[in-house]
Design a protein around this ligand. Structure first.
Ligand SMILES: *Cc1c(COP(=O)(O)O)cnc(C)c1O
Length: 338
């Protein structure tokens, strides 16, 4: 792959050679199939198309300094996809099938795993969709599980720099007792319009508040939020937040660094008191937040100017070092694919 400019790849779709697919019919999963097509042949009445019966995952594979291929905490993604399947009544993908699909998709596309030192990685996108026909609102009787992969560039091309976020009050991401806690496609269409407005207003992303009272911090677009103060890592607790595996890992690293952890409702006003703030997820690990600006009132909460705070930087560097095989993986988070 001499001709790929790894360091300048966007975070976007990139055609590779193979993807994998598996079908659930008559109450059981079939054999994993390897495909070279970028397309799926779907029934016109498939429930994923009409009623959003669909869940996805996102994970990354890294080529370490030692040349080894590492997958970060895949069991957590496999479990979360089962929780998502359960939440919208889809067939669950057994861990062994998830593992077989993941390792097959990665090995078959090994030449697309970016070299160490480029900041790029191989993004892995598992999908589970209701493929059987229904016209009434009912779960499908057939499902399809797929994984495609593709190289993605470093999230921060100009380095680890703070981004600005727009706090929105006139849009909600997920209903209080809805599906915010699972990674289902249905949650994301609702976030497109506020995200688009934020982009046009010059922000990198949005910050959603809780849909019930509009008082507490919920999610930072498709990422979890955290704040740092008094040697404490604080992250919101809410029924509508998607449990981020990156956040869970940062919590552990913060503990290892001797910090206190608080997972509780975080009122908007508390933003005033944070020394640092960030958004976290697989794509960027951490997006350090420079400013949060209230879309309605214009109120500005500032955390950093042109450089991320020391705690966010340490957390980011530690997690990245573990993923790339440069720092000791003391919690056994990486799977090495031979
Ligand atoms: C995927 C996702 C995250 C981040 O989860 P990770 O497991 O850290 O990648 C956070 N919030 C939402 C809404 C997401 O969809």
């Amino acid at each position: 792959m001499e001709n790929i400019d790894w360091g300048n790849l966007p975070f976007g779709y990139f055609k590779t050679d193979y993807n994998v697919r598996c079908y659930w019919k008559n109450g059981e999963w079939g054999k994993l199939e390897i495909s070279t097509s970028e397309y799926v042949n779907l029934h016109i009445a498939a429930t994923c198309l009409h009623y959003g019966q669909e869940a996805f995952e996102g994970m990354k594979v890294f080529r370490g300094k030692d040349g080894k291929i590492r997958v970060f905490r895949w069991e957590e993604n496999a479990k979360r996809m089962q929780t998502s399947a359960d939440g919208i009544m889809m067939a669950k993908v057994p861990e062994e099938l998830f593992f077989e699909a993941l390792t097959t998709a990665v090995k078959k596309n090994e030449k697309y795993i970016p070299p160490y030192g480029t900041g790029a990685s191989l993004y892995v996108r598992p999908l589970l969709i209701g493929s059987g026909p229904q016209v009434g609102v009912k779960p499908a009787e057939e499902y399809m599980f797929m994984i495609f992969v593709g190289p993605v560039g470093p999230y921060f091309k100009e380095g680890f720099k703070p981004v600005n976020i727009q706090l929105v009050r006139d849009y909600d991401r997920a209903a209080p007792q809805g599906t915010g806690h699972i990674k289902v496609g249905g949650n994301y269409a609702a976030s497109l319009r506020p995200a688009d407005r934020a982009k046009k207003d010059g922000f990198a992303s949005v910050l959603f508040l809780d849909a019930k009272e509009n008082k507490y911090i919920d999610e930072a677009g498709p990422a979890n939020f955290f704040g740092i103060k008094d040697n404490t890592y604080i992250t919101p607790k809410s029924q509508t937040i998607l449990p981020s595996i990156t956040n869970k890992s940062l919590v552990q690293i913060a503990k290892d660094m001797g910090m206190k952890i608080e997972r509780r409702p975080v009122p908007v006003e508390e933003l005033e008191t944070f020394e640092e703030a960030g958004a976290c997820g697989t794509a960027a690990i951490i997006s350090p937040i420079g400013k949060i600006v209230d879309q309605q009132t214009g109120k500005v909460y500032e955390f950093a100017k042109d450089k991320a705070g020391p705690v966010s930087t340490k957390l980011y560097e530690t997690l990245r070092g573990i993923q790339e095989g440069v720092l000791p993986d003391k919690h056994n988070w990486n799977l090495i694919i031979e």
